[in-house]
Structure formats: C-alpha cells, structure tokens
Design a binder for this molecule. Sequence first.
Ligand SMILES: [Zn+2]
Ligand SMILES: [Zn+2]
Length: 339
Amino acid sequence: MRAAVYRGPGQIGLESRDVPRPGPTDVLVQVKACGLCGTDVHILEGQYPATPGIALGHEYAGVVVEVGAEVTGLTPGDAVAVDPNISCGACPACRRGDVHLCEHLQALGVTRDGGFAEMCRLPAAQAHRLPAGLGFEEWALVEPLSCCLHGLDLAGTRTGDRVAILGAGPIGLLMVQLARAAGAAFVLVADPVAAKRELALTLGADEAVDPTLRDVFQAFHQRAPGGADAVLECVGVPAVAAQALELPRRGGTVVWFGVSPPGATIPVEPYAVYRRELTIRAAFVNPHTFGRAVALLAQGRVQAAPLISHRFDLAGVAEAIATVKAGRAIKALVLPQES
Ligand SMILES: [Zn+2]
Ligand SMILES: [Zn+2]
C-alpha cells in the first residue's frame, strides 16, 4: 500500500509499505478521506512535534476491512470515523477524566501512523461507527468538529449569547455553526478573505467583518452593545489572540483555540483582566466530544460539505500542504484511494 510519510521537518514523501496486520484489539481501516489540518502544516514547519517515519493525517474516515480476534462491536464493512487521540487510561489525568491531558497521549497521524495512507491499523476503541446518510468526505470533518465542540463547551455558550469568532477558516466556520446550534443570539465573524466571510454568512453568522478595513470592536458593539459573552480565537496568530481580549463583555470569556507558534508571547494587562473579570481559556483536542460531533453532522445541524474546497490524491500531499499554507484552501482533503 502507499503512505505519505513524514521524515522530519520539511520532508514528506510517498512510500510503498506492507499492509499492516491488526493485533487482537485492533482494526484495519481502508482510509477513504483524510482532512489536512493546520497542525500538519505546523508539523512540517517543525513547529509541532511528530514522530519521523509515520504516515501523517489525523482527521479521517473509512471502512473497516479486518478486525482483531478480541474486537467486538465492529465488523468488516462498517463505516467509521477515527478519533486519533489515544490516552493511556492509567495516569493521574486519565483517572480524573481529563483523557486529553494524558501524560502518555499518543495520536494517530502525529506519533503513530495516521490517515495519509491507503490503510491504517488502529485500536478498535478509536473507531466510531457511522450512521448512513453522509459521504466519507464529510465524515472526515468529525475530528475537527469534535475539537471545536470542546472549545465551545469551554466558552460556556448558552442560548441567547452573543459570540465573536476571529477567523473563518475551517475551524471558524465550524464554530459559527456550533454557536448557532447552541442558540447564540448574535454571531460576528472577522476574516480578511471575502470568500470566507461570504461562507460564514451562509452558514449562520449575522455579521462578517474584514478586520483590515473595519474595527472589530466597533463592529461588534454596533450590533451587540456591551461586548461578547464569548470570543473564540480561531486563527493561531499571537496578535489576534491579543485582540481577542478586547472583545468580551465584563465577565466574558475568551477561548484561545488557534495554535500560536511555540515561544510566541503577547502583552496582557492583568488589571484589565481583573477589572473586567475575564476568563481566558485554551482548548486542547477533543475529550469525550466525538459522539456529539457525529450526531451534529448526521442530523445536519452542522454542514461539512460547504467547507471542502480542495481534494488531492496521496501523491499530492505535499501540494495539498503548500495550498493550505498559502491560505488558498478552506478545507483540503486527501483521498488515499484515488491515484
Ligand atoms: Zn487537526
Ligand atoms: Zn493517561
């Protein structure tokens, strides 16, 4: 089988490998679609740690083709989405339920072989069986949606809240839909790219602002005086993380969701945070949210198809990464069965 293998910063290449054999508690999945994530770009830039020699790709769905002897609940032919994050179950964080903060966290497509391959072996517990109704391309977005759900949970969004979302890439566009599904009364999105703002409006945003032309704070207060109950930073640029702190109402919450480069810092005025009693949070991956993400997509509360802008075969992974890096894509998918 073919796999797009990470060989170290700046290096990814196609390799021919033996199809892996599932162990007793594993399944073998034929990968139908795997999303390309900002994290994959960060890995190749040397900004995010990953294990050389593994197939990248952690946002994927496919069909079970073989199950290990001890696997129950999954059979060949099942359509599944894969939760890439594998916790140990035994460390202090796992024992208190914070599985995503596991001291021994492994991730398919980051520390173990992932979905940029024709086939992938994984622990059966990571495979979530899918209902009928959607295609694999859409199911490839379960993983990013599950991460967004964790972020919105941490924002504490309630019916009637007013929400600001900075960035209308795939994450911002999923957040728009989740905020709407959570009952937000007003959703403002800021992004410099017109096509992304248009899509945000189509998917439920009330206002979409170009931050290079218009003051986001002014724009928010014009439509929703007093400020945002929650601000979701979905860019991963330190200056935007700093700007996010200006937007919440007194007592509001900021969630830094985008991944800023390691080592980057921003100025924060502790007095202003104190006086406005702000909550500043970050959200890391997807603890216990995978099933809800499947349900939201299955019921059409969140749409994935409008976000998919580019498709590549396995040989095109490097080109896919360049396309995402250049900001030309919304969501790019790799389809490993195409050639
Ligand atoms: Zn990702
Ligand atoms: Zn653990």
